[in-house]
Design a protein around this ligand. Structure first.
Ligand code: GLC
Length: 425
């Protein structure tokens, strides 16, 4: 009798122990945080690293955010993202997307709509320019992390006013160069990569033309403004206003050259401002910013850049991913990213903050330039037509073809790309 009771007691205790340890394991499992990963281009992975730490501390046990650092240049990171997306199950929940990628990714069905996560008030709070390039066919597919815009940087110690036309930019440069005040006039992005397409868009638009209009199907390379733009860029190198080395310059090389006092003008994005104010800069407190030059009678054009966060289809944790997006793009995060890294904010309110404007006077000029924002052609075929343009421009800048031939060939190849995809121009 006693042994039976003792045995049942032992069995009961074992069962209780088993059930409670299983319950404990289940509760631990249930509490496991949502692991959220976002792929970002290297500079953004670096600039957001402190914010990610703060987000993870705040959400300990709920969400764990990991940022995967991709390569630096837009084409390289897009190739990386596309190769994983083509394999099916995406290894990322979110992707920091360049503005030009949206139509292609949307058409491929890789993006989840953000319409249910951001409302009218959120959209209305965006600054002019920052609200562009986030929708495709009526659906919100990207939430902007920064605004970006092509700017002309000029040396306030070498001239009173910045040039407004291509002729003025050239004549001021030559005067300064001939007087031995500066080795070069103008540095820009002339390497064969996406930056060159951004440079070209500003010039062709400033000459009153248009590269390609997806709405009308018109290509404007092999006609006066396109040819003039190509010839002008070439001419800058031929006359020595720009160093021959610009054909190998991306953003950072142009920045290094201008920062070390080698040039009177530079074309770059707003982040360069913060770099130019650092202690190691030869041009600290000697730089103004404005929009790119334009032919008389035409508006200046500023290529719309910008990076934004997109939710990938197949994410296991869409809500938590969007929570991370909201944190990284919050007003506080934007102030931090602007004051520490020069990442242009996207919320209109920040551009009106008097205290910030006093300490960062460039913010006003950046805000003004946003009004001149011009998008690169919004088509799923953008990457292909941009590569065509870069190749042809680069071959003329390096003397392999004439600027006119380059544009004629670019026009023909662009038409072929569009035709092959069934989008005849
Ligand atoms: C900047 C812009 C981006 C552009 C790239 C070109 O990152 O924000 O839109 O494609 O420069 O290098």
């Amino acid at each position: 009798m006693f042994t039976i009771r003792k045995r049942s007691l032992i069995l009961l205790t074992a069962a209780i122990l088993f059930i409670s340890s299983s319950l404990f394991c289940l509760s631990v499992l249930a509490k496991r945080p949502d692991n959220v990963s976002i792929l970002m281009a290297a500079p953004f992975a670096d600039s957001t690293s402190e914010l990610v730490k703060i987000f993870n501390q705040k959400n300990r046990g709920r969400i764990h955010l990991e940022v995967i650092k991709g390569p630096l240049e837009t084409e390289a990171i897009s190739d990386l993202a596309i190769s994983s997306l083509l394999l099916g199950n995406t290894p990322f929940d979110g992707l920091l997307m360049d503005v030009t990628w949206v139509p292609k990714y949307a058409k491929a069905g890789w993006l989840e709509s953000l319409d249910n996560y951001f409302n009218e008030d959120d959209l209305n709070a965006l600054a002019e320019g920052a609200d562009e390039g986030n929708h495709y066919q009526g659906s919100l597919l990207r939430w902007p992390l920064n605004a970006d815009i092509g700017l002309l940087y000029w040396r306030t110690d070498l001239m009173d006013e910045p040039p407004r036309t291509p002729q003025e930019l050239e004549s001021i440069s030559q005067k300064l160069q001939n007087g031995g005040r500066i080795p070069y006039g103008y540095v820009w992005q002339g390497k064969q990569y996406e930056g060159l397409s951004c440079v070209f868009l500003e010039i062709i638009d400033g000459f009153g033309g248009e590269w390609f209009s997806p709405d009308s199907g018109r290509i404007g390379l092999d006609e006066s403004p396109g040819l003039d733009a190509s010839e002008w860029l070439n001419h800058l190198i031929q006359t020595g206003v720009s160093p021959r080395a610009v054909t190998n310059f991306a953003e950072s090389e142009a920045l290094q050259s201008f920062k070390s006092g080698q040039a009177a003008f530079m074309r770059n994005w707003p982040y360069a401002w913060a770099e130019l104010q650092k202690n190691d800069s030869q041009v600290r407190n000697k730089v103004g910013i404005t929009t790119m030059v334009a032919e008389k009678g035409h508006q200046p054009a500023a290529t719309l850049g910008s990076w934004g966060l997109s939710l990938l289809k197949g994410s296991a944790h869409p809500e938590s991913t969007v929570e991370a997006f909201k944190f990284l793009t919050s007003e506080e995060s934007q102030r931090y990213l602007y004051t520490k890294y020069g990442n242009t904010p996207t919320k209109a309110e920040i551009f009106n903050d008097q205290k910030l404007l006093e300490n960062y006077p460039s913010l006003q000029s950046i805000g003004e330039a946003l009004a001149y924002a011009r998008s690169r052609p919004e088509t799923p075929l953008y990457a292909q037509i941009s590569v065509v343009l870069q190749r042809k421009l680069s071959s003329s800048l390096t003397g392999m073809t004439t600027p006119v031939e380059a544009m004629q060939q670019a026009e023909r190849s662009t038409a072929q790309v569009l035709e092959a995809a069934g989008e005849s121009p």
